[in-house]
Design a protein around this ligand. Structure first.
Ligand code: GDP
Ligand code: MG
Length: 167
């Protein structure tokens, strides 16, 4: 079944210039990218994204990690689409613990556990299509994706936007 999966290339991968290698590896899944953007992750976004891990002892470090406090403040967010997208991407990404990940998976190849015990596992991938939908709606607006993957509605909204200053 066609589904979508949110992929995040995490700050440890960005600072090591691993983006190209990771995208090449993920291309082996034959899935298509339907959205992408570079994001400076706020505390609110990080905490909402990882809300299910709130009780974990590594939560505070995880929030700092995804916000870029240990590397650089940049994450590449992508939406992959296709048949069984989440399972295919997660197989390619490898196990959460980089030391347990298959050596040729993305995390097995590029991940590490730091001496402080932080899992630097280079990518995030949605666990299943339902979680994918929650995460994609959190990270992307409908007009940032090439197709309307979830129902949308027109709403009048007053939004303050940073624009280029006119001469
Ligand atoms: P994922 O779906 O494979 O990313 O794993 P989870 O959803 O369980 O965890 C989300 C993220 O939390 C992981 O990708 C890691 O960055 C981090 N994490 C998970 N388990 C641990 C752990 O035992 N220790 C540490 N330090 N971080 C962890
Ligand atoms: Mg997860």
């Amino acid at each position: 079944m066609t589904e979508q999966c949110l992929v995040l290339i995490k700050p440890d991968a960005i600072i090591k210039h691993l983006t190209g290698d990771i995208l090449a590896k993920l291309a082996e899944t034959n899935l298509h990218i339907v959205g992408s953007k570079v994001v400076q992750v706020t505390k609110e976004l990080a905490e909402e994204h990882y809300q299910h891990l709130r009780e974990e002892k590594f939560f505070d470090e995880l929030i700092k990690y995804i916000m870029g406090h240990y590397h650089m403040k940049s994450v590449l967010a992508l939406v992959y689409e296709g048949d069984g997208a989440c399972a295919k991407i997660r197989k390619c990404a490898g196990a959460t613990n980089p030391e347990e990940a298959e050596p040729h998976s993305v995390r097995g190849k590029y991940g590490r556990i730091t001496s402080k015990g932080i899992f630097e596992n280079v990518v995030h991938a949605s666990e299943n299509p339902k979680e994918g939908e929650r995460e994609i709606k959190l990270w992307f607006r409908p007009d940032e994706l090439i197709s309307t993957i979830y129902p949308t509605e027109m709403k009048e909204a007053k939004i303050e936007k940073m624009l280029w200053k006119e001469d």
